[in-house]
Every structure is written in structure tokens, then in C-alpha cells.
Design a protein around this ligand. Structure first.
Ligand code: S3P
Length: 434
């Protein structure tokens, strides 16, 4: 089991460019696989999660070529061209892969079975299986968790589904199933969630009606292959944004970051704390907005986080907790119960990590109350959660002693190259076999 050892006293400096967006990379592979024609992807995230999706797509008989770093070429099989994979599909740590494939596979002519690593095998899947059954799908879970067994050959019909939780994965799975369903499929969300699926479906020529709070589509005749340029992952940039807020003495730059407004709640949260963040060089990568983000030194003060921002920063909350620990005064996050069913229980695991480095806090059922103050060193168990591991690496910028972060191999699921990139920006981070 590998570990990070991060020494205190570092100063963040310079500029970084983070790898491609995980959510967009998964979707580009899936839609490219069922499109008609050749889809070229640039900036693809070569992390373990997206490689699990790539492997699965190949198992469906789709030709996928990787001509160069970050480049993927898919010979689309068409809406009805996927073939039976012949055996169980392993999604590794990737919740997005499993849940989106559930939607796609419930509409295929063949049966399939999805499994994953220990973390994924303990995550809830009924939130997707339930509404897919209402569409006519035949899906079985084991006590609500994987393995997920899907019987193919079932005709699907569109439904209107009011999601009880704000989840882009649930929304996306239903929209993918809706590509094969009779009538209209409409998903209504209780709070705005990332809209990459809607944007990318439109890029593939599907008429998606996306209003604030809902998305609808009807079965298209086909998806037209296209070119996809994947922006830098905001969720990976988040570690450097927080790092710069707490550990830079001069402006720090993160270049080429996807700034889709359904993803950038962290910027608003940090701005409320007093952070000095500037976006410039706005451009677009296909359907997605991109910008460079500059962080200037500023003092952070504790805030009560508006709950509407939580779904817009759901993957960034571990890093935000570190910012809160370094702010003056108290920060309160509520309305974030979804954190309990991520790659780990991120409320419990982050709280234990904060405890280890001496940060006073209170655990709430749906969030954390954090008192800003000095950080010590200590041993942090990441429980194999990539975002927990990277968050505590960043915390070292304000720690008074080394932090050892255990079980960090899964950083490679979303952010291959994190350790060397962090070192290039000044972090004193060593990797070792623990
Ligand atoms: C994702 C949606 C979010 C997020 C996950 C990626 C996606 O999950 O936490 O990392 O790509 O659709 P939920 O839909 O469970 O909120």
C-alpha cells in the first residue's frame, strides 16, 4: 500500500495545467461507442477510472485506438451495434462508469454484469436501478449494491422522473436509457447538477431540451460522431486552487480548466471566504467553457456555506474542508449527506483526517463544522479515497510537522501525475510503499 509523506514549510509557486476532465472523458467514450462514424477525443483523462470505461467499450466490440497521449479514436458501432462482452465487466473504483453503463446496458439486446473494487461494491445502485426498472429495464442489485446484473432485450419506455437526490450520474443513466426508449424521457433534478451529458448529447446531434432543473429527450435515429476536446478537470484543479489560497505568496495560475458553471461552486465558496480568484482567457472546448484561473494571496475567513452551492462543489468538498481548516473562524457545511456515499464516507474520513492533524471540528449527519486554526502533523488514513489523499497533501502547506497519508494508490483513478505536478509547484511530497 503506497503512502504520501508531505513535509511542512513548502510554498506554492508558478503555474500548472491539470489532466482532462473525468466526467467528460467517460461520457465521450460511451457516446462515441454508440455514435455512427469516427469520434476523435483530445485531452482524454488517462486515469484508471476512464481506462475502465475504455476497456469496457472495447469489450462491447467497439474499435478504440489510442494514437498518442490523451488521444482516443473510436469507431462508433451505432446505437444498436454493441456486442455482448462475454463475462463480467470490472469498473474498478469508477462509480460514474458503473451508473452510466447501467443506463446504456439496460437498453441492449444482451445481458451484462457489472462489478468493481471494494469501495464501489459498497456503493448504492438502486438510485439508478429503480427508475430504470420503471422504464422497463430488468436490473438486479445485491441489497442495493453491486454486482449489478442487467438482462437485455427489454423494450424501454420514457418516463418523467423526479430525482429524490441531486445526482448527475442518475440523470445521465436515465438519459442514456432514454436514447433507446419509446416516447419522452424527462429527468427533473431537485438542485442543479453537472450537465455534461446534456451538452455532449447535443454535440452528437441529439435534441436534448435542457431547462434549468430538467432535461428531456426522445429516441434519436442516430448519434453523429464528432470531435471532443476535453478541458482540464475542475475537480483536479480544485486541489491547486485551495493550495494556492493557503500556501502561495504570489499569484498562482492554473491553465485550461473546465469552468462549466455546474461544477464551479468551489470558486463561489472560496470567494465568500475572501479568496482572490480571477478567471481570464475564457474560451470553449466544444460544448464546454474553459478558462485560466489565477489565485492571489488573501486571508480566508470562515463562512456558512449556502446549501445551493453543495451540489455544484460535491467533489471539491474534501479540498474545501482543508481551506476551512486554514481560515480564520468557523465554517459550517450542511446539506452534504451525499458525501457519505462517495468513494468513501467523506464526512467521516475527512473528519478523522482533520482530527489526526489537530483541527477542531464537529461531525454532522450532513456535513461538518470546522474551526480554523493551526495544523499539526500526523498520520491520515485516506481509506483509498483519491480526493481525501490529495486534500491532505495540500494541507501540508499549513502544517507544522510532516503528514503521512496512507493508501494513496487510488490517486491514479482521477489524477495520474498528481505527485510530480504537486512537487513541480513546490509541495514537498514524497511517495513510498507503506
Ligand atoms: C459525476 C457525478 C457526481 C460526482 C462524480 C461524477 C458524474 O456523482 O460526485 O464524481 O460524472 O456524473 P453523483 O451523481 O453521485 O452526485
Amino acid at each position: 500500500m503506497s503512502e504520501f509523506v508531505v513535509e511542512p514549510g513548502a510554498i506554492l509557486a508558478g503555474a500548472v495545467r491539470v489532466p482532462g476532465d473525468k466526467s467528460i472523458s467517460h461520457r465521450a467514450l460511451m457516446l462515441g461507442a454508440i455514435a455512427s462514424g469516427r469520434t476523435g477525443i483530445r485531452g482524454f483523462l488517462e486515469g484508471e477510472d476512464c481506462l475502465a470505461t475504455l476497456q469496457a467499450v472495447r469489450r462491447f466490440g467497439v474499435a478504440v485506438d489510442r494514437p498518442g497521449p490523451g488521444e482516443v479514436v473510436i469507431e462508433g458501432a451505432g446505437l444498436h451495434g454493441l456486442r455482448a462482452p462475454g463475462g463480467v465487466l470490472d469498473m474498478g473504483n469508477a462509480g460514474t462508469a458503473m451508473r452510466l453503463f447501467m443506463g446504456l446496458l439496460s437498453a441492449q439486446a444482451f445481458d451484462s454484469e457489472l462489478v468493481g473494487d471494494a469501495s464501489l461494491m459498497s456503493r448504492p445502485m438502486e438510485r439508478v436501478a429503480g427508475p430504470l426498472r420503471a422504464m422497463g429495464g430488468d436490473i438486479a442489485t445485491r441489497d442495493g449494491r453491486p454486482p449489478v446484473r442487467i438482462r437485455g432485450g427489454r423494450p424501454l419506455h420514457g418516463i418523467r422522473y423526479d430525482m429524490p437526490v441531486a445526482s448527475a450520474q442518475v440523470k445521465s443513466a436515465l438519459l442514456l436509457a432514454g436514447l433507446y426508449a419509446d416516447g419522452e424521457t424527462t429527468v427533473v433534478e431537485p438542485a442543479v447538477t453537472r450537465d455534461h451529458t446534456e451538452r455532449m448529447l447535443q454535440a452528437f446531434g441529439v435534441d436534448v431540451v435542457a431547462r434549468c432543473g430538467s432535461a428531456s429527450l426522445r429516441r434519436p435515429a442516430r448519434l453523429e460522431a464528432t470531435r471532443i476536446e476535453v478541458p482540464g478537470d475542475f475537480s483536479s484543479a480544485a486541489f491547486f486552487i485551495v493550495a494556492a489560497c493557503i500556501g502561495a505568496r504570489a499569484p498562482f495560475l492554473i491553465e485550461g480548466v473546465g469552468v462549466n458553471p455546474t461544477r464551479t461552486g468551489l470558486l463561489e465558496m472560496l470567494a465568500l471566504m475572501g479568496a482572490d480568484l480571477r478567471l481570464f482567457n475564457h474560451r470553449s472546448a466544444g460544448a464546454e467553457p474553459v478558462a485560466d484561473i489565477e489565485v492571489r494571496p488573501a486571508r480566508l475567513s470562515g463562512i456558512r456555506v449556502p446549501e445551493r452551492l453543495v451540489p455544484l462543489a460535491i467533489d471539491e468538498l474534501p479540498a474545501f474542508f482543508v481551506a476551512a481548516a486554514c481560515a480564520e473562524g468557523e465554517t459550517l457545511v450542511t446539506g452534504a449527506a451525499e458525501l457519505r456515499v462517495k468513494e468513501s464516507d467523506r464526512i467521516a474520513v475527512m473528519a478523522r483526517g482533520l482530527e489526526s492533524v489537530g483541527v477542531r471540528h464537529e461531525v454532522l449527519p450532513d456535513g461538518l463544522r470546522i474551526e480554523g486554526g493551526p495544523l499539526g502533523g500526523g498520520v491520515v488514513e485516506s481509506h483509498g479515497d483519491h480526493r481525501v489523499a490529495m486534500s491532505f497533501a495540500v494541507a501540508s502547506l499549513r502544517a507544522s510537522a510532516p503528514i503521512v497519508i496512507r493508501d494513496v494508490a487510488n490517486v491514479a483513478t482521477s489524477f495520474p501525475g498528481f505527485a510530480p505536478l504537486a512537487r513541480s509547484a513546490g509541495l514537498r511530497l514524497a511517495e513510498r510503499d507503506g
